[in-house]
Design a protein around this ligand. Structure first.
Ligand code: PLP
Length: 450
């Protein structure tokens, strides 16, 4: 497809990309919570890109920090050099993180962070004399990245199936999903069976083979905001400790404020061993990810050979200066506090959409909201996948000037169609109301066509 703009004719013929169709508009510029296409049409970034944009687009302070660093040095590898932004950013991340989580490994995104955590967990056990602990248990409704290692731990069938057999497949347990309880139970009489299932899986696989358990505190794309009951992660923590298994929290979406606390797991009052992050850490101004490690996990690496792992771009001065500027901006403008303050109103408005006969569930935390669509509310049965309900609603939103995320049938169709919202933390109540209003009319329009 040829596009004429700004005196040039460009083509997208050479872009090898999974999903961008020729119907997608060409983005020209962005500011605050808005993106503009080359025809000048405005879109609200209701998904913060893909759960990325936290502080809003084109913030001048971030541009200034990037330019200032570019005028000094953009690349100097940690093999050879310490660099100031690397030290500043890791120090600030340690301050953001739960107590005791003070060791920070930087990389270029979420998949790399999770891949690093899987390797760190393995080496942690090796350093303590146990070479058989290598498996990582995860949950079915999960997404941990697109590398072949993280894919083996993730649970999204649409991502996994084409690549099986995976290099080593990993054990999975059921997700925590109160709307479609995998055990057919109800909270609280269920006694959090889904958490105790971790122990059952450990005993099935053999504790001596298991290095770690990984989960997203609030499930993102793979479940549309699935949220665990208050007891869930305390039980998980106890089980991990009992069997000497590291607890890894994939906070690639939930980290750095998206849920109204610095890290999602803080809502459950539990400290994990490793937190993996990406996305909002740089608000999309540069590719950046981080693995944040508890001091007790760092301990066996102290006197030995270190962590046998690292990336070319990890800790580069330019990305670090940008990440540091983003987190500084977030702190100075108290944006995590804004998410916490507006969460109640956001969800009140979101739950009003339950009046619509195809909206079955509205869930999530902070500025991450998932809406699940069902054909029949009483049986909670999903629409036929061929109807592509979530995809059509997302397309209609786009046409109506709102960008949302669409998820579909992430595990065997159980979770049906859902739409995710993850707006920038700078949204006001009026912005959130506009997002919900456009979403409502887009759902209604598609509903009439079904
Ligand atoms: N983990 C979660 C929870 C994610 O949502 C994603 C991306 O969507 C990833 C990991 C992978 O991150 P990246 O695409 O930056 O590699």
């Amino acid at each position: 497809m040829n596009i004429d703009f700004d005196g040039k004719t460009l083509s997208d013929e050479h872009i090898f990309f999974r999903s961008a169709g020729s119907v997608n508009p060409v983005v020209d510029r962005a500011e605050g919570i808005y993106l503009y296409d080359v025809d000048g049409k405005r879109y609200i970034d209701g998904m913060g890109g893909v759960g990325v944009v936290s502080i809003g687009h084109n913030v001048p302070e971030i541009r200034d920090a990037a330019v200032a660093q570019m005028e000094k040095v953009c690349f100097a590898h940690p093999f050879h050099w310490k660099n100031m932004p690397h030290m500043e950013l890791t120090e600030r991340i340690a301050r953001f993180a739960p107590e005791g989580m003070t060791k920070v490994f930087l990389c270029s995104g979420g998949s790399e962070a999770n891949e690093s955590a899987i390797k760190l967990a393995r080496q942690y056990h090796v350093e303590r004399g146990n070479t058989s602990k290598y498996k990582v248990i995860s949950r079915w409704n999960s997404f941990h990245g697109n590398t072949i290692g993280t894919l083996a731990s993730g649970g999204m069938r649409v991502r996994r199936d084409l690549f099986t057999p995976l290099l080593t497949d990993m054990p999975h347990i059921a997700s925590c999903n109160c709307y479609h309880c995998p055990f057919g139970l109800e909270y609280p009489s269920c006694k959090i069976r889904c958490a105790h299932d971790l122990e059952a899986e450990i005993l099935r696989t053999g504790p001596d083979n298991i290095a770690a358990f990984i989960a997203e505190p609030v499930v993102g794309a793979a479940g549309g905001g699935l949220i665990a009951p208050p007891e869930y992660y305390g039980i998980i923590r106890e089980i991990c400790d009992r069997y000497d298994i590291l607890m890894i929290m994939d906070e690639v979406i939930t980290g750095f404020g998206r849920t109204g606390k610095n890290f999602g797991i803080e809502h459950w009052g539990v400290t994990p061993d490793i937190i993996c992050t990406g996305k909002g850490l740089s608000s999309g101004y540069t590719p950046l990810g981080a693995m944040i490690v508890h001091e007790r996990v760092f301990e066996p690496f102290k006197s030995g050979r270190g962590f046998a792992h690292g990336y070319t771009f990890g800790g580069n001065p330019l990305s670090c200066a940008i990440g540091e500027a983003v987190l500084k901006y977030m702190e100075e403008h108290q944006l995590v506090g804004n998410v916490a303050a507006l969460e109640g109103r956001f969800f009140e408005m979101g739950r009003e959409l339950l009046e619509l006969d195809i909206v079955g569930d509205v869930r999530g935390k902070g500025f991450f909201m998932g809406l699940e669509f069902v054909e029949d509310k009483s049986s909670r049965s999903p629409f036929a996948p061929s109807l592509n309900v979530a995809g059509r609603i997302a397309d209609r939103c786009f046409k109506n000037g709102l960008i949302v995320g669409a998820g579909k049938g992430s595990i065997d169709g159980v979770n049906g169609d859902h739409i995710n919202l993850a707006p920038p933390f700078t949204c006001t109540e009026a912005d959130l109301a506009e997002i919900i209003a456009i979403l409502r009319s887009s759902i209604e329009e598609v509903r009439h066509e079904l």
